[in-house]
Design a protein around this ligand. Structure first.
Ligand code: FAD
Length: 346
């Protein structure tokens, strides 16, 4: 089913910078929807270093990656942004004029379209995408027999499931899918796992009880007439091979950041970054802004605090597109009753 949504602004990327932009836009009565390919908010902070301490967020002597994301989510709560997770923005079409911009934004997964007056690209280093195992012809089974994420567990009910990997995703999905799968097999290169110890223990208990299988080795080939997967050939360390029957294979080899479709949006690019001015953080297309790690300008520092500043200035220009007839008054949150009402504290 495809949906159509009308809003003031679409923010591409729900990393820390996209999240704080919601706050700055919200103070100016600008509504937004955020789209992220990940299943959760927080970008690099939540995906790459949730438990690591950050020491250079103004006002926080120390906060973890996830702690910062949690605080940002609490801070933007009064503005009720709508999140669209597990969706990658595929295209931006220009419908309006440079004076009165209007855009149609489309996502790849279920083709949701958005009409909006401005687009803020807060896409960091690009979209997080799954690392694929080096198996011949694996693409032919993608979406039918090979999946890199679990969007709906029910899809795997009564299936013969092969999970490949030794990290948290592989182990979490092993213990979660085992009860509904017809038979579940976990495959890893060696008998040591990087996942949380209690999840590894659960998996080992299931193996000991004969309720799932664990094999060591690597997938060397897939079997079955594409796109129907019937089995995976496993090569062991000693070079011997055997086949595991499976209807679906879920490789969890981690994520990598790729620029993705941004290159096709008609924007000027410089070494895979989007050049912007430092007054409004607008791109070469009026109405499309780029903030955070994805942009470039003289003196750019890829720091979270830079992205916060960029979002605040971009919001000022967005206001002119969304409310061309309204004059913007500069106000402090400390002393403005009108801002405090928006924040629900007055
Ligand atoms: P990101 O956090 O990269 O978020 C961008 C989001 O956009 C991602 O979730 C991505 O999936 C999504 N996206 C991209 N393209 C699309 C698309 N087409 N469709 C849908 N979604 C899309 N910075 C500091 O200031 N202090 C530190 O101490 C610090 N420590 C760090 C430690 C590590 C290990 C790392 C890796 C980085 C660190 N950084 C630090 C850098 C900081 O994390 C980044 O500057 C920050 O995350 C940038 O935020 P962002 O919102 O611009 O992008």
């Amino acid at each position: 089913m495809t949906d159509h949504i009308e809003t003031d602004v679409v923010i591409i990327g729900a990393g820390p910078v996209g999240l704080f932009a919601v706050f700055e836009l919200g103070l100016l009565d600008i509504k937004c929807h955020l789209i992220d390919i990940l299943p959760k908010a927080g970008g690099q902070c939540a995906e790459l270093y949730p438990e690591k301490p950050i020491y250079d967020i103004p006002g926080f002597p120390m906060v973890t990656g996830q702690g910062l994301v949690d605080n940002l989510m609490a801070q933007i709560e009064p503005f009720h942004p709508t999140f669209h997770f597990n969706e990658m923005v595929e295209s931006i079409e220009t419908l309006g004029t440079p004076e009165a911009p209007l855009f149609r934004v489309r996502t790849a997964e279920n083709g949701t379209t958005f009409t909006c007056k401005s687009v803020i690209i807060a896409a960091g280093g690009g979209s997080f995408q799954p690392k694929k195992p080096p198996i011949d012809n694996i693409e032919a089974y993608e979406g039918t027999g090979v999946f890199y994420a679990v969007r709906k567990m029910e899809m795997f009910r009564d299936k013969k499931v092969l999970i490949v990997g030794g990290g948290d995703s592989a182990l979490d999905w092993t213990v979660n899918l085992q009860p509904i799968a017809r038979r579940l097999t976990l495959l890893h290169r060696r008998d040591a796992f990087r996942a949380a110890p209690h999840t590894v223990e659960k998996m080992r208990a299931l193996v000991a009880a004969g309720e799932m299988d664990l094999h060591l080795g690597q997938v060397s080939a897939l079997k079955g007439e594409p796109p129907v997967l019937e089995g995976a050939v496993i090569r062991k360390d000693d070079g011997s091979e055997f086949t595991v029957d499976c209807d679906v294979m879920l490789p969890f080899f981690g994520l990598t950041m790729k620029l993705g479709p941004i290159a096709e949006w008609g924007l000027n690019l410089h070494e895979n970054l989007i050049p912007v001015d430092t007054e409004k953080f607008e791109t070469n297309v009026p109405g499309i802004f780029a903030i955070g790690d994805i942009n470039t300008y003289p003196g750019k520092l890829k720091l979270i605090l830079s992205g916060f500043h960029e979002g605040a200035l971009a919001a000022q220009k967005v206001h002119r597109y969304v409310y061309p007839e309204k004059k913007l008054l500069f106000q402090y949150t400390t002393s403005s009753t009108s801002l405090q009402k928006k924040l629900g504290v007055a």
